[in-house]
Design a protein around this ligand. Structure first.
Ligand SMILES: [Zn+2]
Length: 169
């Protein structure tokens, strides 16, 4: 099942998501649906709040279907180590049509549970590091625009409000 992507303005995106405690068939189905929804939206990462589900689940595939081993499921993720700094253009499926440069650590280790509830650690660099941080932020109710200067963020919010008023959001 393909879920529609929730856009900025919906409070589910700005509330911390709930911890996952049950690892069952329903969770497996939800994760399969999240991958499907992410690919449909042409994304490389998707957090459950972005489909209106406030649970600590994210899926990532920075290769966009190229490498099946690159499909990652992050349940209850925590960032346990960061290193370096890298600035790159970043966007979000929930804030379509906008992109801004965001400085983030360049090497990141995440600790998370997989679909069976097994804890694992994974270290990523560059785009994968950015995806770990971006998706974990989502589960904490934080959007990438919180990393922008107040000036840039307010400008973006004004543009979005204008689109909302015009019924184009
Ligand atoms: Zn996002």
């Amino acid at each position: 099942m393909i879920y529609p992507i929730v856009k900025y303005g919906n409070p589910v995106l700005e509330n911390p998501a709930d911890k996952v405690t049950v690892f069952d068939k329903d969770l497996e189905k939800l994760i399969a649906d999240m991958f499907e929804s992410m690919y449909e939206a042409h994304g490389v990462g998707l957090a459950a709040p972005q489909i209106g589900i406030g649970r600590r689940i994210a899926v990532i595939d920075v290769t966009f279907k190229e490498d099946p081993n690159a499909k990652l499921v992050l349940i209850n993720p925590e960032i346990i180590h960061t290193e370096g700094r890298h600035t790159q253009s970043e966007g979000c499926l929930s804030i379509p049509e906008f992109r801004e440069n965001v400085a983030r650590p360049n090497k990141v280790t995440v600790r998370a549970q997989d679909v069976k509830g097994q804890w694992y650690e994974k270290t990523g660099e560059e785009l994968l590091a950015r995806a770990f941080l971006h998706e974990t932020d989502h589960l904490n109710g934080k959007l990438y625009i919180t990393h922008l200067s107040a000036l840039k963020r307010d400008l973006m919010k004004r543009k979005i409000k204008k689109l909302m008023r015009a019924g184009e959001w």
